[in-house]
Design a protein around this ligand. Structure first.
Ligand SMILES: *Cc1c(COP(=O)(O)O)cnc(C)c1O
Length: 561
């Protein structure tokens, strides 16, 4: 028998970064929904914006990202070493970069200039296989890539190399300068240059897999930038790229939480200078709390006397200077009940008044990107949602089960759902005859404000209930006799499904053939209950399940008042 290993104490840290992978999954589904015609590259550079490269990449792929993007090659190598097989693009390196290893690892590389093409071609010759390259054009950012004229020479050189089997020109791409600014004309100007570059590539015979331009801001705000592939980074982590729109405004949930255990709580007199330089002085007898994090952990020294921290539900401001490993909070005179070990939240998702990354960025005079990426690797990361709770369809999404004691409850649930529904939505109802599908639909119709009466659609296949309030119409379909939803379109209804809410009463097991986005509602009667719909109320259970990007991150929760 071997002795248990003694606890070395290694790995102890009085602070932690907690990363919510479910939030990252939901955010990426939200982004995919915003760019339905494009593939999704999750940008995981800088160690997944400080959240942790491999856990983030795993969650991203589970959420439907079919590409991963790293700036540095080492991140790309780490993704391959971890077994990721999706295309990976890296774009930051200098002459002498290990292109041979990149080609061997099947990593896509950017070619921004002749030197890179030369090195990549040489490496491909040694590797004995073509390199997958994306030609980068500088459409106006004034950073990476070639401006249009040298780019055209680069394009022809790359296509010559493709002829010789040395490279495969997979992509043409660029990056935007001001997509985060409301309607900034530079976006249209960059699109114009990009289209010119693409036109030249096409004319020269390029057979591109992907054309890509959009970062988070463009993915969310500029559909014309989507092309074949979008490359969001920040928004996937639940942070807003826009100065004047919060994460919540965008339907995003911040994934990173930073917290520490107070190392000391102590009474201090009025007039006490706090931390180096005494830039803060207590104004009354008070209680100080010492936080075991400092600029050595990536806490900006500019946070001194300005950044918010929450302790025991109350917000405080950093008191005095941030040191290398510690900073201080003035917890106020009535904090005497607090003790060492109390948790201090620097930032989180913003629930219950806790500070957010945006609060820190604003306080310090920087952007959300910098706050999260500089949080030091020495702080341990903990992951929530690490094991994906895959639902039956494998797509993730919101789910809820509710008890419906009577018909009124069923109708009330319908009205609740109407509040979540919008034009183009599809609701799929399953359940036995008499389980309450029509009753639920009546509630939906009531909530939407459409013309009734809503009756079982059994003999009419589909009925349109026009809106009486200027909202979407309700299309109520009995799909038992339809082979697929496409046949609904063929019915030539006096309504377009894109402008309506469509409720389909459907047979169990038939939903697989439906569109990607749908709200599934199954109504079940408890075993042994009678089947007479007008008979005594046996009660039902409704199981709600939002499927597809439309429903990712949507809170179905129903508080029946
Ligand atoms: C960082 C980066 C992105 C992602 O940008 P976000 O603003 O974080 O969405 C996309 N493309 C390139 C080239 C990048 O460097």
């Amino acid at each position: 028998m071997s002795e248990p290993a003694p606890d070395t104490g290694m790995g102890y840290y009085p602070a932690r970064v907690i990363v919510d992978l479910d939030a990252i999954r939901a955010n990426l589904r939200r982004l995919a929904y915003a760019a339905p015609s494009a593939a999704l590259m999750a940008v995981v550079k800088a160690d997944g914006y400080g959240h942790g490269l491999l856990p983030v990449a795993g969650a991203a792929v589970e959420a439907g990202a079919t590409w991963l993007g790293t700036a540095q090659l080492d991140g790309a190598f780490a993704l391959r070493a971890a077994g990721h097989e999706v295309p990976v693009l890296a774009w930051v390196y200098a002459p002498g970069a290990p292109f041979e290893a990149a080609i061997a690892a099947d990593i896509d590389v950017t070619v921004p200039a002749r030197w890179a093409l030369t090195e990549v071609v040489d490496a491909a010759r040694v590797a004995g296989r073509p390199a997958r390259v994306h030609l980068k054009v500088d459409t106006g950012l004034g950073r990476g890539g070639s401006f249009l004229e040298p780019w055209t020479d680069l394009l022809h050189a790359a296509l010559d190399a493709e002829q010789r089997g040395e490279v495969r020109v997979v992509g043409v791409w660029s990056h935007l300068a001001r997509a985060d600014e409301e309607d900034h004309p530079s976006v249209a100007a960059q699109i114009e240059v990009f289209d010119e570059a693409l036109g030249r590539a096409e004319a020269a015979g390029a057979r591109l897999e992907v054309r890509h331009l959009a970062n988070s801001a463009a993915t969310l705000a500029h559909p014309r930038t989507h092309y074949d592939l979008v490359r969001p980074g920040l928004a996937g982590y639940g942070l807003s790229p826009f100065a004047h729109r919060s994460a919540a405004d965008l339907g995003l949930r911040p994934a990173m939480r930073l917290e520490a255990d107070l190392e000391l709580v102590k009474a201090a007199p009025a007039g006490q200078g706090v931390s180096y330089g005494h830039t803060y002085t207590t104004t009354r007898d008070t209680v100080l709390g010492v936080v075991p994090l400092g600029y050595g952990d990536g806490i900006p020294r500019h946070a001194s006397n300005v950044a918010p921290v929450q302790v025991a539900g109350r917000r405080h401001t950093v008191a005095g200077r941030v040191c290398m490993d510690q900073f201080v909070l003035d917890l106020g005179p009535d904090a005497g009940r607090l003790e060492a070990g109390e948790v201090a939240v620097l930032f989180g998702a913003g629930d219950d008044g806790e500070p957010t990354v945006r609060d820190w960025a604003d306080a310090v005079g920087t952007i959300d990107y910098e706050i999260v990426t500089r949080i030091g690797p020495r702080i341990p990361r903990e992951y929530l949602g690490a094991a994906q709770a895959t639902d039956a369809t494998g797509t993730g999404g919101a789910a809820l089960a509710v008890n419906l004691p009577d018909q009124e409850a069923t109708e009330a649930l319908g009205r609740h759902l109407a509040g979540l529904l919008r034009a183009g939505d599809l609701v799929v109802l399953t359940g036995d005859l008499g389980a309450g599908k029509t009753t639920l639909t009546r509630g939906v119709g009531d909530g939407l404000g459409v013309r009734g009466p809503i009756a079982s659609p059994t003999f009419i296949i589909a009925r349109v209930h026009p809106s009486l309030v200027g909202g979407p119409d309700l299309v109520h379909v009995d799909a038992y006799r339809l082979g697929s939803l496409d046949e609904v379109d063929a019915l030539d209804l006096d309504a377009s499904l894109d402008d309506s809410v469509t409720v389909v009463e459907w047979g169990e097991g038939m939903v697989e053939s439906l569109s990607e986005d749908r709200l599934e509602v199954s109504l079940e009667r408890p075993r042994g209950a009678g089947t007479d719909p007008e008979g005594p109320e046996p009660g039902r259970v409704a199981r709600l399940h939002g499927v597809g990007p439309r429903w990712a991150g949507i809170d179905l929760q129903w508080d029946r008042a």
